[in-house]
Design a protein around this ligand. Structure first.
Ligand SMILES: O=C(O)CCC(=O)C(=O)O
Ligand SMILES: [Fe+2]
Length: 470
């Protein structure tokens, strides 16, 4: 998450956003098939026969604490109104955001984001995990965007920087207030166990990332995706969809629910790290952004995170013998790496990393929602159509190794040829007679050195019934 900016010297080998102004039909690489998204069933949008909609919470309401707790438990998100951010700043932020994305593509590429970085112009960071491309572009900043803005508008960047900094300051204040309400609604105070949340020696322990998102008018919105389903790697995220719909949240039983655009409202998402510190009481929300054929949608997302070295774990006050910790301690950095690694390895859905941390503590009781979302449900389903994952070969009917089964030695980093000697003696896995008086020592040595052994004399050899008859 190092915000260092580097100069672009050669053509990048990761996808940059399309020159959206110059395409009139959706390129094939931007077509999303419905089967690509496992939980992409049509939105039923009703719960108990009522149209489901994300709670809208007036932050000045006396029952705010209860409403926030209920919303975070059930939805992992809510809209907030009466938050104190002036409407004029919404308009200025929208104006400056539109100004940036209206620049010609070549100019935006002057501040292209490198894949390992979070600041600058580029496609969505989750793009790396999908083969289909997303119909969107973004610009990330951490604090002042002046270094980039100077390249975009050498003479005229002051207003852009001023507005972006002002918005981030408002978001930081609002996030602190909302985190306070969330944790307060669980009976916690800032003094409880939240060292990473307290400014220490005058310096702030949290860090923030601010993202501008742009979803240009799309020639074929039903087959395109603005931002694929994901959960945020944050404590909370505050999204401003500038009064243009497109954001959807997923809820078990309801499917994808559109977040109603309301002028001046902000959407608060529970992020993965909040799920961890709340010991699973609040769930991070799966969400996505769709595109449309009539207007260029803009949005901003402000991510509040602990500093990347701070260790995050279920807060002590929320853990007791009836509520054991569901997650092990993890730093923001480690969590982010885990999430990236598991997405890269498995192309799995985005909540997998929560699942992995969960597993490491508590392998036997997975929460249903995760099983559902990751399609890890062990129920066997009848196969009705050709699967889109590889099945084993019909081994009896091949006489030469197909190319697709050939493994290069470089694929496996530690796959050097077997020397099979140790101290000039041929190495071989220990064979242990389980009745031997020194079994204990032999087993210990084998487990320490090899992590494996062969066991003999383990009990009578049972013969199959046909062998008995013989
Ligand atoms: O653009 C939006 O509406 C959603 C943004 C979002 O989810 C994100 O940037 O993580
Ligand atoms: Fe998000």
């Amino acid at each position: 998450m190092n915000p260092t900016m580097e100069t672009q010297t050669q053509a990048p080998n990761y996808p940059l956003p399309l020159d959206f102004d110059n395409v009139s039909t959706l390129p094939n690489s931007y077509v999303w098939s419905t089967t690509t998204l496992p939980s992409d069933d049509p939105c039923h949008c009703t719960i108990n026969d009522r149209k489901a909609s994300l709670p809208i919470i007036d932050i000045g309401d006396p029952s705010t604490y209860d409403l926030v707790r209920l919303a975070c438990e059930k939805w992992g998100a809510f809209q907030v109104i009466n938050h104190g951010v002036p409407l004029s700043l919404f308009h200025e932020t929208e104006f400056q955001t539109r100004r940036l994305f209206s620049l010609p593509t070549e100019q935006k590429l002057l501040v292209a984001r490198l894949p390992s970085k979070v600041v600058g112009y580029g496609s969505a960071r989750i793009q790396a995990f999908y083969t289909e491309l997303m119909w969107s572009e973004g610009f990330g900043m951490m604090g002042s965007p002046v270094e980039h803005a100077r390249k975009l508008w050498p003479q005229d960047h002051a207003k852009f920087c001023e507005v972006m900094e002002q918005w981030q300051a408002e978001m930081k204040t609002l996030c602190n207030k909302i985190v306070g309400i969330m944790l307060g609604s669980l009976g916690l105070t800032h003094e409880d166990d939240m060292n990473w949340f307290q400014p220490q020696n005058g310096s702030d322990q949290t860090q923030c990332l601010f993202h501008l998102n742009s979803y240009p008018v799309c020639p074929d919105p039903d087959r395109a995706m603005g931002l694929a389903p994901h959960t945020d790697t944050s404590l909370i995220t505050v999204v401003n969809q500038f009064n243009t719909g497109g954001l959807q949240v997923y809820q078990d039983g309801a499917g994808w629910v559109p977040v109603e655009p309301i002028e001046g409202a902000l959407v608060v998402n529970v992020g993965d790290l909040m799920q961890i510190i709340s010991n699973g009481k609040f769930k991070s929300v799966l969400h996505r952004a769709l595109v449309n054929s009539t207007c260029h949608r803009l949005a901003t997302a402000f991510f509040l995170m602990p500093s990347s070295n701070a260790e995050v774990s279920p807060l002590r006050k929320l853990v007791d013998s009836a509520h054991p910790p569901l997650y092990r301690p993890v730093t923001g950095r480690e969590y982010f790496q885990l999430k990236t690694k598991f997405k890269q390895d498995n192309h799995c859905e985005t909540r997998l990393s929560i699942y992995v941390i969960f597993l490491q503590n508590n392998p036997h009781s997975l929460p249903n929602s995760h099983l559902l979302i990751f399609h890890m449900n062990p129920t066997m389903e009848t196969q009705t159509q050709a699967p889109n994952y590889p099945l084993p070969l019909d081994f009896d009917n091949v006489s030469t190794l197909p190319d697709s089964y050939a493994w290069s030695t470089t694929t496996l980093p530690s796959d050097d040829p077997c020397h099979c000697t140790i101290n000039d003696r041929k190495a071989s896995l220990p064979i242990i007679d389980i009745g031997d008086p020194s079994t204990y020592d032999l087993v210990r040595l084998a487990c320490e050195k090899w992590g494996a052994f062969q066991v003999i004399n383990h009990g009578p050899l049972r013969l199959a019934p046909s062998a008995h008859r013989a």
